[in-house]
Design a protein around this ligand. Structure first.
Ligand code: MSP
Length: 650
């Protein structure tokens, strides 16, 4: 009889492409990746979905700010997410974009079905609208007259719109939450949703008039409207699976875990669950709302300039250290403050001292005492305490995965690292070496140590896939970790005697104190420097100090504009040719509202000459002009008298 395949599915939110990804986005995605990898190790066929949310006001606004078409903007920016996921070793099975045809078609089909079944109706509506959050609020929802979520200003709007009859599902939803303990986690968040449902649940406005918001999926039954971005975005979780009739038979629905930040729990618990109910699908099995990373106690935001750029962290500390730190430092579900100092601390203690040293000392002892070969143990029956400790540890880890208790899982694995280090110390191989009887015991001790490290590397694989594979290579094991699987941990002795180890470089080099100091001095967060916030961080608009070395990385050059022309369909952009001495650069500059092309010819400007080229309205821009924005009036930086072209500006 064919054993049915075990299937498992997990999702992240789809991220808005109004900005480049930051550490908060990376957090949810890494968390989902760990579960996906763990389930694959346990023999499941996994469907791990992530993607980008490409419609709505925020995205349209971001494109307008750049003076480019929204489609061009999303085509460029979604790649920043894809590239980051590759760097972070994210093993997603699909990446969905809400501007893709497969998604738009399903959204349209669902809208039409719900409309035909009278689950959607048209009504006139007056409410308070929060543009950044793209949500309507009633008078009583407002806090001090502002949006209850983001505390920003709201505006009163009256218009005709379409509504989904969400309110009719209120009793069903309350009952569903109450009778399914695991549906919303953590419990505190579950209680918040139940509290929210104590107030009458209204119907959901699911349209936006096209004249106010042209960027969205058109309603199939009224061309004057586009779909509300949340109604559109939530459907990504099923549109990745194909047409409606196929979804039920994929084996991946209902989803096992929707991972999300606490900020978007209501939209998932209330909007999405009732939408699914209306469409005829079961709700997801679990919604897990994790906490937020702050920087020095403040929300990360581009306008404040305090976001933590994951690519920079990877360059500086390596991908696995970042993956480890984010999930070890703060219990999933709670908020945490990001600190480089804490990150360096974890790298040096948990990774370099504990795990790294264990591997190094084991490698060097096997090299020295056993000619680089995994020895034959005298007997597999010795050291039952150690083996029991591993069995108990593995079982505990498996249980902790059910609760998504990442930091406890890592804590538990590190107890096994400690136990192995202790086993070495207690048995002191360096003493066993000294006598013939000791040498027989030595073989058993080194064999068991190598087997412990093999187990540890399988256990850390979901969190640190690259490091785990490197450990396997050093142990001389050819089978990949996924081939070995969790099953191989159930019986002692998976590592084969006689295999040749391949000692390599230090897996996690210690960050020396002086290097740590340099790193901490070069970053802005006062948190990391153990200082009180410097007063200038409180003066709005003035950025934190940088070191001269950082400033010198920016290559500013004098240049002469030799050609300038307008760009079709763009009010803001001009295409320029700038002579910087050694070469002529093409630059797209957002100055068309303040300068006529003719006015610019022969003008000497300052060009940021080592910026990575970008495409704006399909035209490559190879630099950026320096200018001041004087209340919307852009004034180019220049010189009097004029220097020649190509001179470095400092
Ligand atoms: N597009 C919507 C989600 C639609 S899902 C159908 C959205 N996008 S978002 O880009 O603004 O943020 C999505 C998620 O990113 C958050 O819910 C959270 O998972 C993660 N984070 C964004 N900033 C974060 C922190 N500062 N800290 C931790 N996670 C955060 O909302």
């Amino acid at each position: 009889m064919k054993i049915p395949e075990k299937k498992f599915s997990i999702t992240t939110p789809i991220y808005y492409v109004n900005d480049v990804p930051h550490i908060g986005h990376a957090y949810t995605t890494i968390a989902a990746d760990v579960i996906a990898r763990y389930k694959r190790l346990s023999g499941y066929k996994v469907f791990f979905l992530t993607g980008t949310d490409e419609h709505g006001q925020k995205v349209l606004q971001a494109a307008r700010d750049l003076g480019i078409e929204p489609q061009e903007h999303v085509d460029q920016l979604h790649n920043r997410f894809k590239e980051l996921w590759t760097r972070l070793n994210i093993s997603n099975d699909d990446f969905i974009r809400t501007t893709e045809k497969r998604h738009q078609t399903l959204v349209s089909d669902i809208l039409q079905q719900l409309y035909d079944r009278k689950e959607i109706y048209k009504d006139s509506y007056e409410g308070w609208y929060c543009t950044p959050d793209e949500r309507f609020w009633t008078e009583k929802d407002l806090v001090n007259g502002n949006c209850p979520e983001c505390k920003r200003k709201v505006e009163k709007i009256q218009e005709h719109n379409y509504f989904f009859k969400m309110g009719q599902y209120q009793d069903w939803l309350k009952k569903h939450i109450k009778s399914n303990d695991k549906f919303i986690q953590p419990t505190s968040r579950r209680n918040e949703v139940l509290g929210f449902l104590e107030k009458p649940l209204g119907d959901l406005c699911i349209s936006r008039p096209k004249e106010r918001l042209p960027w969205g999926i058109p309603l199939p039954f009224d061309e004057g409207y586009v779909t509300y971005v949340w109604f559109d975005a939530l459907i990504n979780y099923i549109s990745a699976h194909g047409p409606l009739e196929k979804i039920g038979s994929t084996g991946f629905w209902p989803v096992n875990h929707h991972l999300l930040g606490k900020d978007i729990l209501t939209t998932h618990a209330v909007y999405w669950s009732t939408m699914l109910k209306a469409i005829g699908f079961d709700p997801a099995l679990n919604l897990f709302a994790h906490g937020w990373w702050t920087i020095n106690g403040h929300k990360m935001s581009k306008s404040v300039g305090n976001t933590v750029e994951p690519n920079l962290l990877v360059d500086q500390f390596g991908v696995d250290a970042i993956r480890y730190f984010l999930l070890r430092e703060v219990p999933f579900g709670l908020d945490g403050d990001f600190s480089h100092k804490a990150l360096i601390g974890r790298i040096n203690s948990d990774l370099a001292n504990n795990l790294g040293n264990l591997l190094n000392r084991t490698m060097s002892m096997i090299k020295r005492y056993h000619d680089q070969m995994i020895p034959e143990p005298k007997s597999l029956d010795e050291d039952t305490d150690l083996k029991n400790e591993f069995q108990m540890g593995i079982e505990a880890v498996e249980k902790l995965y059910d609760e998504l208790a990442y930091s406890k899982i890592l804590e538990r694995i590190w107890l096994l690292v400690d136990a192995t280090n202790k086993y070495i110390d207690t048995n002191s191989p360096w003493n066993l070496m000294k006598s013939e009887s000791g040498k027989q015991r030595l073989a058993t001790v080194m064999y068991n140590t190598a087997e412990c490290i093999r187990s540890i590397s399988i256990l850390i694989y979901p969190f640190m896939p690259k490091s785990a594979e490197t450990i396997m290579e050093q142990l001389g094991i050819e089978n990949s970790i996924e081939e070995q699987g969790l099953e191989s941990l159930k019986t002692w002795g998976g590592i084969k005697s006689g295999g040749e180890i391949q000692p390599g470089l230090q897996l996690f080099p210690r960050i020396a104190d002086e290097d740590a100091e340099k790193i901490l001095n070069s970053i802005e967060s006062p948190n990391d420097k153990d200082q009180k916030p410097s007063s200038h961080t409180e003066i709005e608009g003035i950025c934190d100090q940088v070191l001269i070395d950082d400033f010198m990385k920016i290559d500013l050059r004098t240049g002469k504009i030799i050609e300038a022309e307008k760009i079709k369909k763009s009010k803001k952009l001009l295409k320029l040719k700038v002579d910087i001495g050694a070469e002529v650069r093409q630059v797209v500059a957002g100055i068309a509202e303040c300068y006529e092309p003719d006015q610019l010819i022969n003008r000497t400007i300052i060009l940021v000459s080592n910026l990575k080229p970008v495409k704006l309205m399909g035209i490559e821009s190879q630099g950026m002009l320096l200018a001041a924005n004087n209340n919307g009036q852009v004034v180019l930086a220049g010189f009097d008298p004029k220097p020649s072209q190509g001179i470095r500006v400092r």
